[in-house]
Design a protein around this ligand. Sequence first.
Ligand code: NDP
Length: 297
Amino acid sequence: MPAAIISGKDIARTIRDELNARVADLAKEGLVPGLATVLVGEDPASRLYVGMKQRAAAEAGIHSRAENLPATTGQAELLALIGELNADPAIHGILVQLPLPSHIDDSQVLLAIDPDKDVDGFHPVNVGRLATGDPDVLAPCTPRGVIEMLLRSGADPSSKHVVVVGRSNIVGKPMALLLLRKAAGGNATVTVAHSRTADLGAVTRTADILIVAVGWPGTVTRDMVKPGVTVIDVGTNRVDDPDHPRGYRVVGDVDFEGVSEVAGAITPVPGGVGPMTIAMLLANTVEAAVRLRRAGR
Ligand code: NDP
């Protein structure tokens, strides 16, 4: 029997409907969550992502402020803007779209963001809070979205063996930390594999839940998974396709056709993890707003 499809698109829609209702309730209490996006330069993919985030915020009733700066913006100017956003009581979430131009030090910019407004969850204070199991941490959006997908599709990771392929700071590492937490969506036994893993298939075949975030199409094939496994494909890769009107199509890291004949459940690409990432950015912004109000800020 082919694998059940875990639709991130549908789950994200449900979460966004829940958030719309929550934002409407907060508005009645006089709290309007605010999200600032900061984009430096003209990179088309970054512009596209920031535009999607802005539109999603507006649809949820979140106040949004778009700071689109020229590629020539200096580091001091950018840090001054971050300082201004940190102090702005109407802004509860600050997202700096990466990558930044090469003359700007990403880590200095991320460090300058108030950790309580760090809706991407990349500030070292939040990385530390995640590592120490703080239940109130603003966790990175993509791995948080994966946890929500697992819980809402009936694949609770608790007591399962979860293999994460990829160890980036954005996906793989925070994914593993969320799965390890003593909390809902955690309590898994976690293995993290990467490019130096000796026999990747031997590791992935032991997974009850397999999460793949590599950035290379076809990394996981049918022979590398155990029957019935739940597969979450984080990968987003463009492959040339002359038959497609755009000349390319977007695929994940997993060979969907082959693996879905063996797996119990699998996420599609597109329509899987991608929509969840945006939904979690909105969720983090709303949570940040509520916490900042509680703290009297
Ligand atoms: P990185 O390039 O930062 O990390 C890739 C990881 O995969 C590294 O840890 C690398 O190992 C590992 N890796 C590379 N090749 C192999 C291999 N053959 N076998 C095993 N491990 C391998 O990527 P990201 O984590 O930022 O992103 C991963 C993918 O997820 C990309 O396709 C990206 O576009 C997508 N993505 C999707 C998002 C969404 O919202 N849907 C959000 C973020 C990312 P090593 O550390 O040894 O180099």
